[in-house]
Design a protein around this ligand. Structure first.
Ligand SMILES: NC(=O)c1ccc[n+]([C@@H]2O[C@H](COP(=O)([O-])OP(=O)(O)OC[C@H]3O[C@@H](n4cnc5c(N)ncnc54)[C@H](OP(=O)(O)O)[C@@H]3O)[C@@H](O)[C@H]2O)c1
Length: 302
């Protein structure tokens, strides 16, 4: 059984939360949520494996009582073919979601989806182009029937002093990291509202609060993601849509000039995936709007 923070586990998978006054999480949610709610332990498919609640249970809506764990909620991860997005896509799929992931190349997306399994689907999308994003969401509607979770992960890092930065590099960073988040979120919101709620994760960075020479474009883009996210959650919270922006420090990927192989001290993509899944498992009553993540034991500077 996977350890959970606080509380105690109940036989059959229910769980007593430390602040619940003795009620299980399932009971707490069932009473508190006007829309989506957590299934009671004896609703839906009997559990045979780990006692941990699944995304299906956290996101269950009234009338879903008959659904089984295999009837997945749909999660779209941009840039889910590699790096952090891949870690998130794998974690979501392992937790029972039906994952749609994107890469710029259709073959790369489809290959990653096959490797992840669990019914994952791969799609080509350039998040800088609104028409490409619109086509992606239409394809997900067609293939998977809607959307419950959006992970705005696709991003690039191009670094250099402002005085020497080309207009092209500046635009690449801003258009991918900021415009892309807007284009995808704009498509996702009406779909989530139609389903009664949802969850938007925006992958920002500690560069969204810490600045450094050479990081102007990247840092500006992540500050923008933070501001976008904080505005967004205020706009959609009453629709049952939660918004979290994640601010990882160094993650072992090929991002920028990094090398996934060398960074054994860094966070791993799976750490970010685990955080996304953990946040999905939190009470819909709580909004964890901003999450900072950093290596516990970072490499010491010489
Ligand atoms: N690695 C870190 O230390 C770190 C730390 C904090 C935050 N982040 C953030 O985490 C996110 C993922 O980074 P990563 O480290 O996983 O980088 P990565 O390994 O380089 O992966 C980047 C992903 O973004 C996709 N992408 C890039 N440009 C795109 C575009 N125009 N349209 C659609 N997809 C595009 C890539 O797709 P292709 O395969 O098609 O290129 C790839 O899937 C980024 O937002 C980054 O800013 C990274």
């Amino acid at each position: 059984m996977r350890p959970r923070r606080g509380g105690r586990n109940l036989p059959g998978g229910g769980r007593i939360h430390p602040d619940s006054g003795g009620r299980s999480l399932a009971e707490t949610h069932a009473h508190d949520q006007p829309g989506w709610r957590q299934l009671l332990p004896d609703e839906g498919k009997p559990r045979t494996g780990a006692a941990r609640t699944t995304i299906h249970e956290v996101f269950a809506r009234p009338g879903d009582q008959g659904m089984t764990a295999s009837q997945g909620k749909v999660a779209l991860v941009t840039g889910g073919n590699r790096g952090i997005g891949r870690g998130i896509a794998e974690a979501l799929a392992a937790d029972g979601a039906t994952v749609a992931l994107t890469a710029r190349d259709a073959g790369a997306a489809e290959k990653a989806a096959i490797e992840i399994g669990h019914g994952a689907r791969g799609y080509a999308c350039d998040v800088r182009r609104p028409e490409s994003v619109a086509a992606l969401f239409q394809a997900v509607d067609r293939d998977l029937g809607g959307l419950d979770v959006l992970v705005n992960n696709a991003g690039v890092g191009l670094f250099g002093p402002v005085a020497g930065m080309s207009v092209e590099d500046w635009l690449t960073v801003i258009e991918t990291n900021v415009n892309g988040v807007f284009f995808c979120t704009r498509e996702a919101l009406p779909r989530m509202k139609r389903r009664g709620g949802g969850y938007v994760f925006n992958v920002s960075s500690l560069a969204g609060k810490n600045t450094f020479p050479g990081g102007a474009a990247y840092s500006a883009s992540k500050h923008a993601v933070n501001g976008f996210s904080e505005t967004l959650f205020q706009e959609v919270r009453e629709d049952g849509i939660r918004v979290t922006y994640l601010m990882p420090g160094s993650v072992a990927t090929d991002f920028g000039r990094g090398s996934a192989a060398k960074q054994d001290w860094a966070l791993q993509p799976s750490d970010v995936g685990e955080m996304v899944v953990d946040l999905l498992h939190t009470s819909p009553r709580a909004l964890h709007s901003r999450v900072e993540m950093r290596p516990a034991r970072p490499q010491k500077r010489p």
